[in-house]
Design a protein around this ligand. Sequence first.
Ligand code: GTP
Ligand code: MG
Length: 140
Amino acid sequence: MSRNITFSMIKPCAISRNFTGDIIQSILDDGFKIIAMKMVWLSPEQAGEFYEIHKERPFYEDLVKFMSSAPIIAAILEKENAVEDFRILIGNTDPAKAASGTIRALFGTDIQQNAIHGSDSDENASREANFFFSSLEIYH
Ligand code: GTP
Ligand code: MG
């Protein structure tokens, strides 16, 4: 498997609880290379566009409100098998169901405030990375 990328966001709940450093360390310890990173405060419109795929879900409005309530830290991460490996590192969407030692088990609060986002496919990783970063901000 060649090296590829995934896209991640550290969510407002984890930043406000001072878990940013621990989360970045665990990403590096798992062998990911950070090739882009920045702090961004999304407007409700931008958060709504990012999560457009969930528009019909009952939690969409709450999710958009939460993700635009304070800044997030966006990053592009490079590794072999990046998308799948990162989903394993972060764990189940619901921190209560996430395997012990995963980022969501360690730093998540509940199913919405679950500390971190990870892309679910190579296609979405590219879309999400391009949503936040220009080619000038990515360092392979
Ligand atoms: P992401 O990596 O953030 O995309 O999470 P995911 O792929 O594990 O879950 P999904 O894409 O299905 O949902 C996106 C986000 O919506 C989740 O990370 C949660 O923050 C939120 N979410 C998902 N399911 C629920 C739910 O049942 N209730 C609430 N309140 N929020 C949810
Ligand atoms: Mg998802």
